[in-house]
Design a protein around this ligand. Sequence first.
Ligand SMILES: NC(=O)c1ccc[n+]([C@@H]2O[C@H](COP(=O)([O-])OP(=O)(O)OC[C@H]3O[C@@H](n4cnc5c(N)ncnc54)[C@H](OP(=O)(O)O)[C@@H]3O)[C@@H](O)[C@H]2O)c1
Length: 252
Amino acid sequence: MTRLVLGGSGYLGRALVERWDAVGLSSRDVDIRDTAAVDALFASMRPSEVVNAAYRQDDRATTCDGAVHVAAAAAATGARLVQLSTDVVFDGEKGEPYTEADEPTPLTDYGRAKADAERGVLAACPAALVVRTSLIYGGDRPGPQERLAADPGATFFSDEVRCPIQVGDLAAALIELAATQRSGLLHVAGADRLSRAEFAELLAGRRVRTATVAGSGLVRPRDCSLATGFARSLLQTRLRGAREVLESRSAP
Ligand SMILES: NC(=O)c1ccc[n+]([C@@H]2O[C@H](COP(=O)([O-])OP(=O)(O)OC[C@H]3O[C@@H](n4cnc5c(N)ncnc54)[C@H](OP(=O)(O)O)[C@@H]3O)[C@@H](O)[C@H]2O)c1
């Protein structure tokens, strides 16, 4: 039984490979934009379970088209597929947490690429599970969130809300879900709804400079909180809130 993590050199992918008996591949091993390369990989490796954590924020060909190539190859070879997606498929204007039943309303190119990837993946491979998640943090080495919070010159929005998830919790949940037959959409995120400023202060352990999206003139999804009740009812893994994870870290 071969397990495969695409994006295995990334922040989430590394955490998955560490916890799972899986082969982790980077873009140097296989470029998922290349349909023939993806098909050849699946034909030779015949993976039983695949998590696709590969993406590039500013490259639709990877984030959307590549995900659909992977889904088609998974369907053709009967591999179990779990595809990662994001909370920013939503516009952040709902005023309460988004459920799996809410329609995507992306504001950014990245959000649009991910929303189109979700649809394309489920059309190519209806048995796949698409997991929407939020800001990922808390790995062995500082990731993008930690690096930003450590920058004394950075400013953080106090009116942009997310449900950050610790990377080990997310990896454990994905491993659990890969072993099920569940398909469709699922929201897997941390228990706490936090502003970007609150989250940065927890990560940095100090006060940070704040601003508001409203005052910035930027078009950004403001409150992309995810309702995770369905995932919690399915999972043994606890999806801890960032307060529990980060405040316990600094406790004596
Ligand atoms: N990070 C977050 O806060 C966050 C929030 C919500 C959702 N997500 C989702 O979670 C997933 C993982 O995110 P991450 O932060 O772990 O990503 P990451 O650290 O940026 O890693 C991206 C991975 O994708 C690979 N990759 C990029 N282009 C590729 C291509 N054309 N073909 C094959 N592989 C390619 C990279 O390989 P190289 O090392 O060779 O570049 C790397 O292994 C993504 O689907 C993302 O949308 C992340």
